[in-house]
Design a protein around this ligand. Structure first.
Ligand code: TA6
Length: 267
């Protein structure tokens, strides 16, 4: 196996965050002594494939949602499997932050004039991740994207989610995960309005996740059978994770000359 892609560490008080430059991928966020994110023990960290766990960045399309090509065979876009570079870095006593951008924008499916940056900010209380999309092209662009976060849980069977809303369907109430789940919940919130989700276990809040700039939240757990088919996840690890993704999946158009910010805040 080749060596791991370069990593950056942010520190603030007792909190720490580790980021791989491959995909601008947050690998770890430790807060008050506990790890908030899940990364598979079988994840490849050498740049040979997208990293299974942490916070993958899906851009400029989510899943197979490329606006023009139905089956382009590159799920979740172009930036989670390339090296990013550091555009800016700042550390004060209150916060440590870094701004990253992809090193290659010459892919055939990369929309000309569209650019992206990821701003990651660690404070003693929270980790904030903002995906900034800028459309400097000559036309409007149908953008889909996600901060595809994998959260650590002790046992998925004890997990309950709060704060998820759905425009089109009734979601489970209480929201337990008892089988494979792969659901896009179109948010009732207006875009720009914050949405607050908690991950609870046996009635105790493990992690709080605040979303902004999204039109949907995606909840994913592959459960047992799908996990067996994943080469970069151990057979039983589905028990240890839940993806809650801050997403744009509902036909958002990034108008010419405009910028959009998609934010996830974890505490
Ligand atoms: O966000 C949910 C999802 O799109 C699922 O359909 C599932 O395939 C998952 O992402 C992981 O995708 P990946 O390409 O990383 O295997």
């Amino acid at each position: 196996m080749s060596s791991p892609a370069p990593c950056i560490e942010l520190l603030c008080a007792t909190s720490r965050c580790k980021i791989s430059l491959f995909g601008a991928h947050v690998l770890s966020y430790q807060h008050a002594g506990s790890e908030k994110l899940f990364v598979s023990k079988a994840a490849k960290l050498d740049g040979s494939r997208p990293i299974r766990g942490g916070i993958p960045v899906c851009w400029p399309w989510f899943g197979q949602m490329h606006p023009l090509i139905a089956d382009h065979r590159q799920a979740h876009g172009l930036v989670r499997n390339q090296l990013w570079q550091i555009d800016a870095q700042k550390t004060t006593t209150d916060a440590s932050s870094i701004t990253l951008s992809p090193t290659q924008n010459n892919h055939a499916l990369w929309p000309l004039g569209l650019s992206v940056q990821l701003v990651i900010t660690l404070t003693s209380a929270q980790l904030s991740v903002t995906l900034i999309s800028q459309n400097n092209s000559q036309s409007d662009y149908p953008l889909s994207a996600a901060l595809h976060s994998y959260f650590a849980v002790d046992d998925i069977h004890t997990v309950c989610l709060t704060g998820i809303t759905d425009l089109h369907r009734a979601q489970p109430s209480p929201y337990h995960i008892v089988q494979e789940v792969d659901v896009i919940h179109a948010s009732k919130n207006a875009m720009g309005q914050q949405q607050h989700v908690t991950i609870q276990s046996d009635g105790k809040t493990l992690t709080e996740v605040t979303h902004q700039g999204h039109d949907s939240l995606v909840v994913w757990n592959p459960w047992q059978d799908k996990t067996l088919a994943l080469v970069d996840m151990q057979d039983n690890e589905y028990v240890k994770m839940i993806c809650i993704e801050t997403a744009l999946t509902q036909g958002f158009i990034l108008a010419q000359g405009q910028q959009h910010q998609l934010t996830q805040i974890i505490s």
